[in-house]
Design a protein. Sequence first.
Length: 475
Amino acid sequence: MVPDDEGGGLMRADLLTDAVDGLDEALVAVDGFDEVLVGGLLRPQPAQAGRLAGLAEAVAGSPLAARVAEAAEKAAAGAAGEEHFIALAAARTALLGSVHDALVVRVEEALGRSGEAGEAAGTAGDPEHAVNLHAAARNWLCDLARSGWQGIDHELVAGAAPVVSAMLPDPALRRLATLLDGFAAELAASCPGATLERVPVRRWADLWSRAVLLTLPGAASAPAVAEVTGRLLPLGVDVQEHATAVQAQVHAVFEPADGGGARLVRASVSAPKPDTVVGAGLWQLLRPHMSLLAAVGEGRAVEIDAMPVTTGGDLLWDDTRARTGEPAEVFATARVALPAASAYAVPPLDRHPARIAVPVLLEGYTVEEGEEGGTAFVIAGQRFAVDVVRVPAAGPLTPEVIASSGACVALLRWDAGEFLFQPLAVERTVRKKAVAVHAGAWAGGTTDKAGVRAEKAATDAVKVLRERAGKLLRK
């Protein structure tokens, strides 16, 4: 992605900073409804009624119009039932979906790429079982909406526990169960709500609305899959870490063996972790479950045979269907294969601005350090924030390395009303030679001194924990 004035002609950076028609209005309606959930709908106030009306007005031209208008009226009167909360959650989700779609179109225009390929519709199966568990989950979620985030207490939040326990043994219900379990844990850690100084308004409304829709028949069914054969060219690894879990998501270009068009795909692996395992030690938890991570660390392609892929472009990784291929340099892939690769269509429930993560190649930029220490890339006169916070500590890529780079493979994201870049790898000049530094360079192992120290510390921590666990089991 070289700016026009550098001779590339592949990027319109100005389009990424221009306003998108209707986007602000849609987000205002969403924010208004999210504020309604803060106070709850047990005894609605006039201000809440106005915000509910704003949500209904925002979808007035859609098929949801009549149902949402009725739901807003009932909720404003304190008489909303399950069907009304479902309609409100659907309206909020639809608005954020429209924001997602508008932003994706803008990204495609700016990058000069074709639109998403393939169909996102369709799920595998539509199980009719466990209707009672879905109803129990909806009942709990409706109680949350009535109490509001400021009205939650331990008794209310604990109502999710028996539902989650009953759902977890069933693979068809595990997606919803996991969401409810994590959501309830966040709420429990914040009880009582009346004492909260800061409420994660957007996040909890996201979790609530998604959970409500996943209780509907078929919504949480497994996505339809196909099988693909060809060559996988990794672009980089996005590491997402929490206190008790870690996930590595590999972004890659897939070249089908049948000569079809290249596609953008993702492959993910996750694992539970103790909070004492951090930094490069995370790879020890992930490596045993995905050979792709070793290929990323070694800078190699992967040949895959009949690998399952969802309609949204997520490979369901199976090591028995993959083998390490020839060397594949990330920046060569980004310069040659990435521009022609098309994305899979996004499934309806995944259409959210926070989901946008488009792999791009940046060249010909300059680096600026902001007044508050923030890093930014200046491309064709436009300034874009660089999200160095997302760059994992489990690798050699650091803010200092990014600041000295001349080329970058990054994920283009949208957050807090603007586009920004999350670096996956950079290229910089060392002793007159171009040297690439990757966030996932240590995924398959490392001889780097800092990485070796971190891995040894993690090994010791895991060994101690396993010994303790063994003693507890023997008791």
